[in-house]
Design a protein around this ligand. Structure first.
Ligand SMILES: NC(=O)c1ccc[n+]([C@@H]2O[C@H](COP(=O)([O-])OP(=O)(O)OC[C@H]3O[C@@H](n4cnc5c(N)ncnc54)[C@H](OP(=O)(O)O)[C@@H]3O)[C@@H](O)[C@H]2O)c1
Length: 296
């Protein structure tokens, strides 16, 4: 397939690209700068000059492609509303461009969906509408499965970890532990997070492109950990103690990530393993920490 990607130069996207090329696909990728274009060219991707806000560029590239994988996100935590508006506009543009085509449209989402039980692929994402988290884009895209788009939600674990420059949640937790000289967990630390190695997440995306059915969700979540286990792994790596943090002190200890680290977010990937034949094989979160992926 001729695949158009956004976010191909990012943490997850740069691992997805080699999976797609190895599987025999060709890839064109949105590049918002000459630096990103050079990164893409070096990876074997044909750059398409443009920013996420240039909806005409997105539309034209999607129409010319056999499939679209949308992983870019502005991630402006200081203006989440603007980030989510841009995400919504981009996803709406892709869905409209692909309507009635039968083409795959895979978009990034997350397993951080609090549903009160272990999240499965069968749980619909309750976040809908432009003001919802991520601009309600998962629900929007899934609606288009009834309008001739093979839309698939790629729900990544909150920690997509690995060697080579993770700047996501695990890196922030490690930094907080450095700053405080202690690796914290919230309350009794029994609340759960999921994690996945970046390379396993990328493998899941490539499988979803081939096999996922219209309107489905696929979970890149290889393990379920209590947040106390995560703090213990960070503490062991840095050689600092592991400490409880009172719920009212999470913002001071972890910054804006605190309320998210305090959430119970268990998720299963059993159906993804069964439906796609996904088998995670790369290091676990604790193994990556122990190997120095966050300290060297
Ligand atoms: N990493 C995780 O732990 C995790 C967990 C759950 C969900 N997710 C979601 O998965 C997706 C991929 O995450 P990631 O960690 O790979 O993100 P990332 O490393 O921050 O990469 C973001 C990508 O988006 C591109 N981008 C940002 N703003 C853009 C703009 N205005 N116009 C065009 N491109 C733009 C970046 O391009 P440049 O190279 O030019 O910067 C980069 O390729 C995101 O939607 C993220 O929210 C990630």
């Amino acid at each position: 397939m001729n695949v158009f990607m956004t976010g191909a130069s990012g943490w997850i996207g740069s691992a997805v690209v080699p999976e797609l090329l190895t599987a025999g696909h060709s890839v064109r990728g949105l590049a918002r700068s000459e630096r990103s274009a050079a990164v893409l060219r070096a990876a074997g991707v044909e750059p398409v000059a443009g920013d996420l806000d240039q909806l005409d560029v997105l539309r034209t590239a999607a129409e010319a492609a056999d499939a679209v994988i949308h992983l870019a996100n502005k991630h402006d935590w200081s203006d989440l509303a603007a980030t989510n508006r841009a995400e919504r506009a981009a996803v709406q543009t892709f869905c409209d461009a692909l309507e009635d085509s039968g083409k795959p449209f895979l978009l990034a989402s997350g397993t951080a969906i609090p549903v009160g039980h272990t999240l499965t692929e069968l749980d619909a994402n309750p976040a809908s509408g432009p003001d919802a988290p991520r601009g309600g884009t998962e629900a929007l895209a899934i609606e288009y499965a009834t309008r001739g788009v093979r839309s698939v939600a790629l729900r990544f674990a909150p920690s997509v970890h690995g060697a080579g420059g993770d700047h996501g949640f695990l890196a922030l937790l490690v930094q907080a532990a450095r700053d405080h000289g202690a690796a914290g967990y919230v309350g009794d630390g029994s609340n759960r997070w999921t994690a996945v190695n970046r390379l396993d997440a990328a493998g899941m995306v490539a499988l979803a492109l081939e096999k996922a059915t219209p309107g489905s969700a696929a979970h890149a979540a290889a393990e379920v950990l209590t947040t106390r286990q995560i703090a213990e792994a960070i503490g062991a790596t840095l050689g600092v103690p592991t400490v409880p943090v009172a719920p009212e002190a999470v913002a001071e200890h972890f910054g804006w990530l605190g309320p998210i680290f305090a959430m119970d977010l268990p998720a299963s990937a059993d159906l993804t393993r069964e439906r796609l034949g996904w088998v995670p094989t790369h290091p676990t979160l604790a193994e990556d920490l122990a190997a120095g992926a966050y300290t060297s």
